[in-house]
Design a protein around this ligand. Sequence first.
Ligand code: GDP
Length: 338
Amino acid sequence: TRYFVDHRKVRVVGGQGGGGGHSFYSEPRKIFGGPDGGNGGDGGHVILKADQQMKSLASVLPFYQGFRGERGGSKNCYGANGAYVYVKVPVGTLVKEDGKVVADLTQHGEEYVAAYGGAGGKGNRFFLSNENRAPTLFTPGEPGQERVLHLELKTTAHAGLVGFPNAGKSSLLRAISRAKPAVAAYPFTTLNPHVGIVHYQDYEQVAVADIPGLIKGAHQNRGLGMAFLRHIERCRFLLYVVDLSVSQPWIQLQDLKYELEQYKKGLSERPCVVIGNKIDVAQSRINLPLLKEQIDDRVIALSALTGDNLEELLLHLRELYDAYVKTEQSRGQSPIKW
Ligand code: GDP
């Protein structure tokens, strides 16, 4: 199963700078050759790097330490700088410190220095002057910068399944992709958004996210509220899933749109389609025409359980995806690919 870990707290510490060297040159007939301790190397940075291949923050560890700089040696040898530690994060990762956004990695290959390595110390050669021909002073390397950062990833699936608990979102995602989210007849079957990939014959892939936990009052942070609304924000189009077997299914749709709109204006106006699920239940067949009367959006009635009419959804999903790719290209931007 591919699921999203969308929050990570990481402590990053830059490498310690290498200490300065302390030595005096000496050889036969040149016994007092003068100071020749080289400077220490700088500690390595810890760098966050956006990588297209990464799809979640799951592989990010809680702690990273940069490499130390080497000590300065005799014969004026400088210590080597510590190597950089690269932490691969998905494109679209937001970096926050104390609640403030410090970086937004939106391009493949973009880098952000999370913690600078400490500067290397000075060797005693550095302190040579006319006043002091034999300095014994040398300085230690400085410690690396230390920070605690919050990484945040907003789901970048193309489509989001938006619906109240038990509407059948997980079942639907299972039916159209190879994702294996848990399915159960109680609310909150899934706590993480799952992403399933729908494969088409021409090798195009559309990512669909099951966004769980949306309930009435979610925008006021009821239930798991905001945490999930945040995922919806980045989906390019929305698939509203309503349970046709309950009476007045259009109320569900109004409530859903209301929640989205309260969270962020304009969110409920994304390209969308309404999926009437559980058409296999007798009551649904009565409710379907009533729903169609009540709303203007296109309604696709299907059953995630029996697989009835899934083709219509898959075809329409592709249309939405193609439209999205076209608009992105006409704006000169590259569409998200999986
Ligand atoms: P979610 O909370 O929206 O992810 O809903 P689930 O996918 O976990 O489904 C909730 C319940 O509805 C489960 O017991 C499913 O078996 C059932 N269910 C889902 N789709 C259908 C359907 O098309 N027909 C029927 N009869 N039941 C369904």
